[in-house]
Design a protein. Sequence first.
Length: 161
Amino acid sequence: MERKQVQIFEQAMCCPTGLCGPSIDPELLRISAVLDTLEKHGIPVERYNLSNAPLKFIQTPAAAEFLQHHGPEELPLILADGKIWMTGRYPTNEEFARMLDFNPALLVEDSARQDSEKQGPGSCCCCEEEPVTGSSCCCEEKKDSETSGSCCSSSSSSCCH
């Protein structure tokens, strides 16, 4: 059986994953972990948010029509093979497993491994090229001049670069 192509269309966020700023939504953290795990196991899921990939919303007929009729407040929109599968919330781990035909234990095992590897609080730092886990968002050791344009800068209007 051929695996479905799954796409997630999300509301506008400060960065592609929404894992930035001083308080991180636990659901966005879960979704990012799930998608990272799936990617590592060769199960890609495409993810787009309105601020980082607005053209993808326009180029995808189901997403464009959904936005036109429901607006961005009804996102996320999850498509499977170009058809609406779910709206208004993210799939549970079990729903992902059923949709993409994999053993849900894959997500539990990877989550347990990641938890055991953590060395500190799992917050994101937008001060770096790549998000850094295990540090506070506002990289205390950096001076304002080193972090301008990031979430660490008090003059920043967005939390990521």
